[in-house]
Design a protein around this ligand. Structure first.
Ligand SMILES: [Zn+2]
Length: 141
């Protein structure tokens, strides 16, 4: 099977309405830590427009990658210190380390000692497989 090259072909589909101004608003919002759909909303475009645009425009894609990295760093900074920031933000301050260690230790202890209820057998209700109604009828006749 020979597929045509998957490069963008001009004149194909509806032209994307994503003006330079809207792009700037979008990239600024992303760099400020906004989620992509929030940034798109702020720029007044549909949430899939920037992604579509990034496929065709190499310069825009590079700018978007840069803005996303900046936004991620800003979001990580505003995250409160704790296990989540240790895991997702990569923070290794004393607060994050001690909270992550405490949470991990608690989970390990929980996994090593199953709770009392879990050890109880499930009570059997209803018929056992050996006593089907047809068998009982056969015996009665
Ligand atoms: Zn921290």
């Amino acid at each position: 099977m020979t597929n045509p090259p998957t490069t963008a072909r001009p004149g194909r589909g509806r032209p994307v309405a994503f003006t330079a101004d809207a792009r700037t608003v979008f990239l600024d919002a992303v760099a400020a830590g906004a989620k992509l759909h929030e940034a798109a909303q702020k720029a007044g475009v549909s949430r899939n427009v920037p992604a579509q645009h990034a496929k065709d425009d190499v310069a825009f894609r590079a700018a978007l990658d840069q803005a996303r990295a900046t936004g991620r760093a800003i979001r990580a900074q505003s995250m409160p210190h704790g296990e989540s920031r240790y895991n997702h933000g990569g923070c290794r301050c004393t607060v994050c380390c001690s909270k992550a260690t405490a949470a991990r230790t608690a989970r390990r202890r929980e996994a090593a000692e199953p709770e009392e209820e879990a050890a109880q057998p499930i009570p059997l209700t209803g018929r056992t497989p050996g006593s089907s109604p047809s068998f009982l009828l056969a015996r009665a006749s």
